[in-house]
Design a protein around this ligand. Structure first.
Ligand code: PLP
Length: 397
């Protein structure tokens, strides 16, 4: 049948070439980027098989796609989890994973030392849906004392934003499971290179992939890893609410993940060097870093992190307040004020005005976030250059 030019341009080389590629004797060495929002069905039969029975194949991008699968597979393997899922941001991963298992009338026990918008979501937004959160200090209060019959989730971070406290994940998991609740752990600051919460008993590990997983400040994404059963449930709501990660971002993330171990290890070394240097500096009041012996989390971090380092994140209290922080920011020549973390360059942020700006002054004070506090994300620079940069900038404070 002769075709008109519009038909030729509309169809040539599309599905037909993909079928040929599937039968080829060689495959691409790198998993390709699949920019297709939907898939061709030869007949009606495969649609039930793929959507309902999990047969190989895809139907519609939002409901599942090859690049998200390829990337989540790397993540799940790295964390020792059965399965993973990609999201359009870390907040999308957090909110979807929580909404999957919560109903009006349910209760959460959480640390208040978590990413500011996650705190806001638990404290204010979930309340609108009749879900209450009790915030406790995991290092001084026993979560078991705050569990209620309707507690469904215990929520915390492996290395908590921004005070770098480390909860006892195995203990939290035991408590959660004794009460038929789930343990959700945001592992964004640690990554699986430092800690693997699934192996310590967590039911779900959550990531802002925007940070270490992406690692180059050019991708916004999120992920969760956990058991096949829980991931399947979350996947249903991912499809329903729709915060699917774009194919290009998934592909870029897979590429970034190839170098995650080497980046995190190098950043940990710079993190420890910066923490030690700043702790001994006369203009600095306090350094929060689990690798320091002065940290109340040090012993637990050693036990849980098993010699993998302590990560690249530290917080620092300068002697003074906002004025002194501003002088430091203006004085630094290499380190930049950027409201994110875990890119290749060392950056700092100011939690009261950035990651935790949704919190009131009273909430910041209760958590321990002060106006003289900066949060640092160590990068891949030569260590001496970083120490010199802080030394010269602190001299101006
Ligand atoms: N979890 C932690 C620990 C974070 O620091 C952030 C963001 O900074 C998030 C989650 C949210 O991630 P995203 O910005 O990708 O939504």
């Amino acid at each position: 049948m002769e075709k008109g030019s519009s038909t030729i341009y509309a169809h040539t080389g599309n599905g037909e070439l993909c079928y040929e590629m599937n039968k080829a004797l060689t495959v691409p060495e790198t998993f390709p980027l699949y920019l297709s929002s939907a898939y061709i069905f030869d007949s009606i039969e495969p649609i039930d098989k793929i959507i309902d029975e999990g047969a190989p194949g895809y139907a519609y991008f939002r409901l599942g796609n090859p690049n998200a699968d390829a990337t989540s597979r790397i993540l799940a393997a790295g964390d020792g989890a059965e399965k993973g899922l990609m999201f359009s941001s870390g907040m999308a991963a957090i909110t979807t994973a929580l909404l999957t298992v919560l109903n009006p009338g349910d209760h959460i026990v959480a640390s208040p030392v978590i990413y500011g918008e996650a705190y806001y979501y638990l404290q204010y937004e979930l309340k609108r849906w009749g879900i209450e959160t009790t915030f406790i200090d995991f290092s001084t209060q026993n979560p078991e004392d705050y569990i209620k019959p309707n507690t469904k989730v215990i929520y915390g971070e492996t290395i908590a934003n921004p005070l770098m406290s480390v909860p006892d994940i195995r203990e939290l998991a035991d408590i959660a499971h004794r009460h038929n609740a789930l343990l959700y752990i945001d592992n964004t600051f640690a990554t699986s290179i430092i800690a693997q919460p699934i192996k310590l008993g967590a039911d779900l590990v959550i990531y802002s992939a925007t940070k270490y997983l992406g690692g180059h400040d050019d991708i916004v994404g999120g992920a969760v890893v956990g058991s096949e059963k829980l991931i399947k449930k979350i996947n249903f709501y991912l499809g329903l609410y729709g915060p699917t990660l774009g194919a290009t971002e998934s592909w870029l993330l897979a590429r970034s993940l190839r170098t995650l171990p080497i980046r995190v290890k190098a950043m940990s070394q710079n993190g420890l060097a910066l923490a030690k240097f700043l702790e001994s500096h006369p203009k600095i009041e306090k350094v929060y870093y689990p690798g320091l012996e002065s940290s109340p989390s040090h012993v637990l971090a050693d036990k849980q992190f098993e010699g993998n380092g302590y990560g690249g994140m530290l917080s620092v209290n300068i002697k003074g307040g906002e004025k002194e922080v501003n002088t430091l920011i203006k004085g630094l020549k290499i380190v930049r004020f950027v409201p994110t973390l875990a890119g290749v360059g060392t950056t700092l942020t100011y939690p009261p005005k950035a990651s935790h700006r949704d919190l009131s002054a009273a909430e910041l004070k209760a958590i321990g976030i002060t106006y003289g506090q900066i949060r640092l994300s160590s990068g891949l620079e030569d260590t001496e250059d970083l120490l010199n940069d802080f030394d010269q900038a602190l001299a101006k404070v």
